[in-house]
Design a protein around this ligand. Sequence first.
Ligand code: NAD
Length: 434
Amino acid sequence: MRVAMIGTGYVGLVSGACFADFGHQVVCVDKDAGKIAALERGVMPIYEPGLEDLVANNVKAGRLSFATALAEPVQNADAVFIAVGTPSRRGDGHADLSYVYAAAREIAASLSGYTVVVTKSTVPVGTGDEVERVIREARPDADFAVVSNPEFLREGAAISDFKRPDRIVVGTEDPRAREVMAELYRPLYLNAAPLLYTQRRTSELIKYAANAFLAMKITFINEIADLCEQVGANVQEVARGIGLDNRIGSKFLHAGPGYGGSCFPKDTQALVKTAQDAGVPLRIVETVVAVNDVRKRAMARKVIAALGGAPRGRTAAVLGLTFKPNTDDMRDSPALAIVTALEDAGVTVRAFDPEGMEHARALLPNVTYCEGPYQAAEGADVLVIVTEWDAFRALDFARLKTIMNQPALVDLRNIYRPDDVAKAGFTYTCVGRV
Ligand code: NAD
């Protein structure tokens, strides 16, 4: 199959490279000329484990190429994927669909022969109808179908998620489009990944319902963690105790500083808006959004407490800035709110993140960026683990003790055992364990 991938970000680049790896002929298009120029030099515009090799192999095999203009790739394509961003719209929290509709208009102009236009971006219910209308209006003569095919990959494990998905959701009632989608994903369902065909609107909603459910699971265990702290229980054991029940499942039950990233915050908000507009407010999701919002700054209060309640003029060393390990994505990272709250309280912040510092510099300009955890810890009054990168899992506490101003650790990901930290002579603050 010949594929045009419009939008070469976290989703578009990974999906495009994986489709090429399946044997399809893929052109990844992005209007950001810098990104395309970098890719043509073999430089990845994002950090994602395994991506550089996957891209290089498929470029070399002649199955993957890059372009800034979509006309030719779209003209030649059996399937055109829209994988552009759908951020929160400023002011009201609805999904901003301007990039999607702009792409649809551009695609319309170049359609030739039967083409399946696939919305891979996360888009609210009904967006597929509007994409279809936009294309139909511009090109009444065109032979096309608009399909919803939401993406469920996780940054940091994106390639294996794309190649070994729990399910592939395809929203279309057009039999020709089904055939094209089945052919595109054939290598995967040979591996027994279920291909779930639904109506387009149902498919669009599946993506939001999935993200809202996961965000709810995280928020649930975070509130249970707060309760654990008050009543003297251990949230990790509670999570294990409930997670062993198959109806609940053990994943997404790690208490921490609140969910962040490029999807959960914006998608939960957009779902809340969709539901309100439909006259069926989703009270649970509304509460999840509100609870998570206040949690991030509450984490800064834990740090301030670890500083004896006297933050002004003190120094915090923050380890981990990205919203999770193995990505350079800083979008809506809890670190943004935590660091800002600390700075608001008069704390000087030194920080280290293995991949996120380049993006972080623009978002947190007052932070002193360091070359490693020990440089960050120099002269600090407290060490704060915000993101659980592997590099922070076996810190040398004896060394830290000699370089820090005082031995205090705030571990917002519960990656250490309280006894071990105490033995090393540190005061220890974590989440939901006493
Ligand atoms: P991104 O911001 O990394 O990439 C989007 C890219 O689209 C950018 O490079 C931008 O320059 C390009 N673009 C915008 N308009 C264009 C146009 N008209 N023509 C060509 N290129 C254009 O975004 P992302 O993280 O890859 O997310 C894309 C979509 O996938 C979003 O809807 C998101 O919600 C969804 N999604 C993301 C993830 C994730 O983990 N990042 C997971 C599942 C779903």
